[in-house]
Write a protein that binds this ligand. Structure first.
Ligand SMILES: Cc1ncc(C[n+]2csc(CCOP(=O)(O)OP(=O)(O)O)c2C)c(N)n1
Ligand code: SF4
Ligand SMILES: [Mg+2]
Length: 305
């Protein structure tokens, strides 16, 4: 179904005038979520920007049923909620909509537990690469050298953790990366995930204007540049195999990738990068592509079960 059709048929998702910053990536992602899952989604939201975006009673910022839960508990609450719906014979799709801090760091234990139990839930991590709601503190997914309010003066000194690969290692049925710059790819992945049962995980790249220090109108452009430079790889793990997703396929060949500087230069959080740093970041991108290629081959050969 086309986006326009989906949009006509279900007007679920973020409402106009909600308190998100202009050009907020979460609003874009939530719009797709509402369009695809519509009335069936029940959304579990740990603390983060989305807690604010969803509004303060009696007004609402998002037209979806939302359960606000403590930071560390989303995986556990979603598991219990789904079990309760099953007992009552209702087929609600329970979705955790979490930030990176809520998923990769503080809520990781309950998320990992729910994954190991293969709970019948969908987890979407809208990754803006820092704890934005509390003032841009570094999280486990903040990239190396990005400036945050808790990083050393020259930027974060550690590498980011790859939460999608970590979740894949839990041997769950479905894992994908997505980007708010490619809504149709995200829509398709969400649709496919919604037709599978068990624990499904989508890691959504979500550039944040105030947190990354770029002009609001550039949210989608920057998300696309992450893919076009190869810095964000779109892939999908399903039926025991990984495939590079259509928007990223071309960039498997380094010759087609834009220089990573094109992506970094718009973002004030990278203003202190040296030429050596940029070269190093480019090398890491190459390495990520090599690693995913090796992993794809390993899965195809059946050497990993
Ligand atoms: C246990 C606990 N620690 C800290 C906080 C404060 N807190 C609320 S939102 C937030 C940041 C959330 O970051 P993230 O999950 O990345 O979501 P974002 O705001 O970036 O969308 C923090 C630290 C809290 N609510 N609970
Ligand atoms: S800080 Fe970023 S993620 Fe949070 S509401 Fe603003 S634009 Fe959205
Ligand atoms: Mg965040």
């Amino acid at each position: 179904m086309s986006l326009a059709k989906l949009s006509e048929s279900r007007l679920k998702g973020p409402l106009p005038g909600n308190p998100a910053c202009p050009a907020c990536p979460h609003n874009i992602g939530l719009k797709i979520l509402g369009m695809v899952l519509g009335d069936k989604a029940v959304v579990v939201v740990p603390a983060g920007c989305t807690s604010i975006i969803s509004g303060v009673w009696p007004t609402a910022g998002i037209d979806l049923p939302i359960l606000h839960v403590p930071f560390a508990s989303a995986g556990a609450v979603a598991s219990g909620l789904k079990a309760a719906y099953q007992v009552h014979g209702e087929d609600a799709i329970v979705v955790v909509w979490s930030g990176d801090g809520g998923a990769a760091d503080i809520g990781f234990a309950t998320l990992s537990g729910a994954a190991i139990r293969n709970e019948d839930i969908i987890v979407i991590v809208s990754d803006n690469e820092a704890y934005m709601n509390t003032g841009v503190q570094a999280s486990g997914t903040t990239p190396w050298k990005a400036l945050t309010t808790t990083s050393p003066i020259k930027g974060k000194s550690e590498e980011r953790k790859d939460i999608a690969m970590i979740m894949l290692m839990h041997k769950i049925p479905y894992v994908a990366t997505a980007s708010i710059g490619y809504p149709l790819d995200f829509r398709d992945k969400l649709l496919r995930a919604s037709k599978i049962s068990g624990f499904r995980f989508i890691h959504l790249h979500s550039p944040c204007p105030p947190g990354w220090r770029f002009e609001g109108g550039k949210t989608v452009e920057i998300a696309k540049l992450a893919v076009e430079t190869g810095a964000w790889i779109l892939w999908e793990y399903i039926d025991g195999n990984i495939e590079i997703s259509r928007p990223s396929i071309k960039y498997s060949d380094k010759a087609y990738r834009k220089p990573v500087k094109e992506y970094l230069k718009h973002q004030g959080r990278y203003r202190n990068l040296s030429d050596d740093d940029i070269r190093y970041i480019e090398e890491r991108i190459d390495e990520n592509w090599r690693n995913i290629g090796i992993f794809m081959e390993t899965l195809k050969s059946g050497r990993m079960t």
